[in-house]
Design a protein around this ligand. Structure first.
Ligand SMILES: Nc1nc2c(c(=O)[nH]1)N[C@H]1C(S)=C(S)[C@@H](COP(=O)(O)O)O[C@H]1N2
Ligand SMILES: [Mo]
Length: 163
């Protein structure tokens, strides 16, 4: 495991770039903690930090317009307009008082409340990036290698299920 294992770097157009761990996310102000996701989505479990809270903790600059969600583990990247998800983005980091397991997309997973089905909208299920190790706020749209069509999307799921 690299030194970065279990760390989430948040940087880009922010006043206070920082690296988060399970412990430091758990220590974020309670008004930014979203507890028991099952209340919000029956298929989800665990606890999260709200995107609005994350924006406040790292003091995002007003010129930041996109959130870049980067997963080095499987080289998956999404760049999403902040205004589309400001009020409904979540960073899931805990289940049953332990770090979110890798099999659930942990240790850090992005999740958008009321996301659309894959390939139907920019804010879709594909944007629920698993294994996020770097979040970068940008002024312009950043790197995004989400599938472009249903064939690419199918291929991604094939790859996932074969490990
Ligand atoms: N890092 C990463 N995140 C990802 C993907 C991926 O391949 N890699 N696939 C996306 C797609 S297309 C879907 S449908 C969901 C699947 O999430 P699940 O494995 O929890 O069902 O994760 C999204 N996030
Ligand atoms: Mo998907």
């Amino acid at each position: 495991m690299s030194d970065n294992a279990g760390k989430l770097r948040v940087d880009g157009a922010v006043e206070s770039p920082q690296s988060f761990t399970f412990e430091s996310l758990a220590a974020v102000d309670s008004r930014f903690q979203v507890l028991d996701l099952q209340r919000i989505d029956p298929k989800k479990k665990g606890d999260a930090i709200s995107l609005a809270g994350l924006l406040e903790v790292v003091r995002v600059k007003p010129e930041a317009k996109f959130i870049g969600l980067h997963a080095a583990a499987d080289n998956f990247h999404a760049s999403i307009p902040l205004d589309a998800i400001r009020e409904r983005g979540l960073l899931i980091y805990r289940v049953d008082d332990a770090p979110l397991p890798v099999k659930a997309g942990g240790p850090f997973r992005f999740f958008i409340i009321d996301h659309a089905a894959c390939k139907t909208h920019e804010v879709d299920e594909c944007a629920n990036v698993k294994f996020v190790d770097h979040i970068e706020f940008t002024v312009e749209r950043g790197f995004d290698n989400r599938p472009h069509d249903e064939a690419e999307h199918q291929a991604l799921h094939e790859k996932e299920s074969h490990g």
